[in-house]
Design a protein around this ligand. Structure first.
Ligand code: ZN
Length: 200
């Protein structure tokens, strides 16, 4: 959703929808490409980075110590919002995008429409682990944001391509656990994919 970065060599042309170019000492260029205009760039003092209004309101990242089991349990307990929208709210959970949200909910067996405060302690525990697992898995696969000069203008997904998601983008295809067809719903303008049988 937020565009992507690409590293260009001397002779390479800037891709379509390039909005910012950072010129490196060695002649390479780091370009920021954003077809949908969701991204933005801001220049701030390094020392004041986390005081910048865009970063100061971000919630703890799933890899941080603050994002522990108790923290996550309290977060769910304290809201009647559905867990999908909670996951995408960067002031509540930071860094889980739309694809990873569907995948983590599937792994944990939680229903995307369930209110946070209806999730049991046991499921909340499994859910937090699933979020971290999905992000780790994606990092191992190379993320879906490609910083790769050979891939300019190509697929925005890296090795972890659509073919490897368990439920995301798989509406109507069999659930990898039980075989029933994967469903798609729209929550807050974003698609959510899930299995109605495995996620209750
Ligand atoms: Zn299933």
């Amino acid at each position: 959703m937020s565009g992507r970065f690409a590293l260009l060599e001397m002779e390479q042309e800037e891709p379509k929808f390039t909005h910012a170019v950072v010129h490196m000492d060695d002649g390479e260029r780091l370009v920021f490409q954003d077809q949908r205009h969701f991204g933005f760039m801001n220049i701030v003092d390094t020392a004041k980075l986390f005081e910048a209004k865009e970063l100061s309101k971000l919630a703890p990242e799933p890899f941080s110590e603050e994002f522990g089991a108790d923290h996550f349990r309290r977060l769910l307990k304290g809201t009647k919002r559905n867990i999908k929208q909670l996951l995408l709210d960067q002031t509540r959970v930071c860094g889980v995008g739309n694809i990873y949200a569907s995948e983590a909910m599937f792994l944990a067996g939680v229903r995307p429409t369930a209110a946070g405060n209806r999730i049991s302690a046991r499921k909340a525990y499994a859910f937090r682990v699933a979020i971290v697992d999905v992000l780790n898995e994606t990092l191992e696969l190379g993320s879906n944001i490609v910083l790769d000069r050979s891939n300019i203008g190509g697929n925005i997904y890296g090795p972890g391509s659509d073919a490897e998601w368990r439920v995301y983008g798989r509406e109507g295809q069999p659930c990898p656990k039980c075989g029933s067809p994967i469903k798609r719903i729209v929550q807050g303008t974003r698609s959510t994919f899930f299995c109605g049988k495995c996620q209750r």
